[in-house]
Design a protein around this ligand. Structure first.
Ligand SMILES: Nc1ncnc2c1ncn2[C@@H]1O[C@H](COP(=O)(O)OP(=O)(O)O)[C@@H](O)[C@H]1O
Ligand SMILES: [Mg+2]
Length: 355
């Protein structure tokens, strides 16, 4: 898995057995800075972009292959013991309203480099069926995190934040709720020269700017009802800059961005998830202590924890989810939830590149 944060690749080795799934090993491979920058640049039109996108796709396949090879070496597992690699690719455009979503990858090359069957391009079939193509993780959350009598919400804090609503006796629902870490990271890179604000320590020293918060929370995506999904198209640094008066102290902006994420999640949960009893956070943002504390203050009626408490480390939930989705594809089973994405029906997701 490589998500909108553009931080790198989360690789998980997952076994599916009679007793459910087990995560055997994990490996994280950060993106080189220049790769990250090129992926970021390709979010907008630019000179020679088709060629640059093709070359970046090849380079990504090389990075994915290296992540797989290292993961298997560390786990002492041979490539021929692996059924398939499920690879999300790197989103550079997400425009379901225009009928497309684009994850850069070269799955054919990845199959050549690893000698393992590759499953890729998970989102486009759902979009073709009229859906958002996102979020796709709720079906997995439903399978592994649902409780028979407790109303649970799972919150994935990636670059974008998305929620899965697991209400007992109800179909699983879910949606992107808005920015997760994306703006926090961008602001931290600019002012701290750090890829992220570790633990939210910098934000914790700032004070919230109510006017700025009001302008940020007025983004129409936040109030629009599900099904919905978003990306850098909606919440990028240019949008943030347009909301600034220009004289704000950088730490105060960071504090305000933390509250933007927390409040937009809290409002979305309040509007569209009924009255859940507990929330389990996952994704890299679950390491941001200040963000979680701010969120807890916004949702005082909820018990908050991380997916660790449900047996799955926060960093590996999304990677394991794509292994789960890839398995569905191999078995010829649908992977999307039409109630989540808005697609016309359940669909088998992705394309298979045989070893
Ligand atoms: N110690 C930490 N403190 C604060 N934020 C963190 C920490 N570790 C990771 N993160 C955040 O998590 C992000 C990566 O999360 P991830 O789940 O991989 O998101 P995505 O799926 O969008 O790639 C980083 O970019 C950063 O914002
Ligand atoms: Mg990531």
């Amino acid at each position: 898995m490589s998500g909108t944060s553009l931080d790198g690749i989360d690789a998980a080795l997952v076994r599916f057995g009679a007793k459910g799934l087990g995560c055997l090993a994990t490996h994280y491979r950060p993106y080189p800075d220049d790769l990250r920058q090129e992926a970021l640049d390709l979010h907008r039109s630019g000179p020679d972009e088709l060629r640059r996108a093709a070359l970046l796709a090849n380079r990504l396949a090389g990075e994915y292959a290296a992540a797989v090879t290292t993961l298997l070496a560390e786990a002492a597992v041979a490539a021929d013991a692996v059924k398939a690699v499920a690879c999300h690719g790197q989103t550079i455009r997400h425009a379901p309203a225009d009928g497309y979503t684009l994850q850069l990858n070269n799955p054919a090359l990845l199959a050549e480099l690893t000698g393992i069957t590759v499953i890729a391009d998970f989102r486009s079939r759902d979009v073709a069926a009229g859906g958002q193509g996102a979020p796709l993780v709720p079906a997995f959350h439903d399978d592994v995190f649902r409780h028979r009598s407790r109303h649970r919400v799972v919150l994935n804090l990636g670059g974008i934040a998305n929620v899965t609503d697991l209400a007992p006796g109800q179909p699983t629902r879910g949606f992107d709720c808005g920015p997760g870490n994306m703006l926090l990271d961008a602001w931290s890179r600019r002012h701290l020269g750090q890829p992220y604000d570790a633990g939210g320590a910098w934000a914790a020293g700032g004070k919230v700017l109510p006017d700025l918060l009001g302008r940020l929370l007025a983004h129409p995506f936040l109030a629009s009802p599900p099904p919905k999904s978003c990306g850098r198209e909606q919440f990028d640094l240019a949008w943030l800059e347009g909301c600034l008066a220009g004289h704000e102290a950088p730490a105060d902006v960071q504090a305000t961005l933390v509250l933007l994420t927390a409040r937009s999640v809290a409002q979305a949960v309040g509007r569209w998830c009924g009255r859940p009893e507990e929330l389990f956070a996952c994704g890299g943002g679950a390491h941001n202590k200040f963000l979680l504390a701010t969120l807890a203050a916004e949702l005082p009626q909820l018990r908050m924890a991380k997916t660790e408490d449900l047996g799955m480390p926060a960093d590996w939930v999304e990677a394991a989810a794509f292994a789960w989705l890839g398995r569905r594809t191999l078995l010829g089973l649908p992977g999307n939830l039409p109630a989540v994405t808005g697609a016309r029906g359940a669909r088998i997701l992705g394309a298979i590149y045989r070893a």
